[in-house]
Ligand binder design. Structure first.
Ligand code: IPE
Ligand code: IPE
Ligand code: MG
Length: 257
């Protein structure tokens, strides 16, 4: 792979948009994002798919910064699904390589920003080196009290629910809990997002209007926002646009206005 696209990417300036026209009370507490379209971004430029993933990391960095600047409580980023193992080995390896790169280039800033890094998904299936980065970023930010950034790595919502259901079945057979005591709170507490408010806003880029096994339980009442822009093109300005649209939505939760 040439360094060409790297240089192009690095020259891209961070766009700055005034964020103060968003009233804090209109902001989502938790934003979840399906960062899709890296491959299409690359293909449209005649670049290899990894170049798209690299550019996508830049967009991710800006969305993290912007969320933190705005005071959003939690941000969950879908980076690798349980279905993404179907991709060519080389592409998967590059994605793990990017986790290491992100760790090296961004961890210091996240620590400075008082961000707490978490992961959802089965990270035990990741290469050992990637698991080290995962562990280290958790350790280095565990004491932070600011925004929570959750990376979904080898995450699948059905797998998450099955794990929770198995635990419940064990608890019932061990007599820890009665089947009749299982309710939404009990199940929620066994999910990996335990302790966080459900996402208020789910964003998916790149034009596909589907959920792709992401946070199925947790998005029961999330506002959904789809954009045709591919992930590397999702700038601060676009993010603010999504948040403005969210602020205009009327959430009824089954009730009346
Ligand atoms: C999203 O971009 C990133 C991951 C799933 C890792 P894609 O790689 O899915 O990009 P497209 O959808 O092929 O354009
Ligand atoms: C969803 O994107 C997963 C991530 C963004 C990590 P995909 O590109 O894997 O989704 P599908 O295959 O189009 O549903
Ligand atoms: Mg995709």
């Amino acid at each position: 792979m040439t360094r060409n696209w790297l240089t192009i990417f690095r020259r891209r300036r961070r766009d700055s948009v005034p964020v103060n026209d968003l009233a804090p009370e209109t902001l989502p507490r938790h934003v979840a994002i399906i960062m899709d379209g890296n491959g299409r971004w690359a293909r449209s430029r005649g670049l290899p798919r990894p170049a798209g993933h690299h550019a996508g990391m830049g967009a991710m960095r800006e969305v993290i910064r912007c969320s933190d600047d705005l005071g959003i409580q939690a941000l969950t980023l879908y980076a690798f699904s349980t279905e993404n193992w179907k991709r060519p080995r080389q592409e998967i390896q590059y994605l793990w390589h990017l986790v290491g790169e992100f760790f090296r280039t961004d961890m210091e800033e996240l620590i400075e920003r008082n961000v707490q890094v978490r992961f959802i998904g089965d990270t035990s299936k990741l290469p050992l080196q990637t698991q080290n980065f995962v562990r280290e970023s958790i350790r280095l930010t565990a004491g932070n009290s600011g925004m929570i950034v959750q990376f979904a790595l080898n995450y699948g919502s059905r797998a998450e629910i099955i794990t929770a259901v198995r635990k419940l079945a064990e608890q019932v057979s061990d007599g820890v809990i009665k089947a009749s005591e299982i309710d939404e709170t009990v199940l929620s507490q066994l999910l990996e997002t335990q302790g966080l408010p459900d996402p208020d806003l789910l964003i998916r880029t790149a034009g596909d209007v589907r959920i792709s096994n992401f946070l199925l339980w947790q998005i029961a009442y999330a506002e959904l926002y789809f954009t045709d822009l591919v992930w590397p093109e999702f700038t601060r300005t676009e993010y603010i646009r999504a948040l403005q649209e969210y602020a205009r939505r009327e959430r009824r939760f089954g009730g009346l206005k």
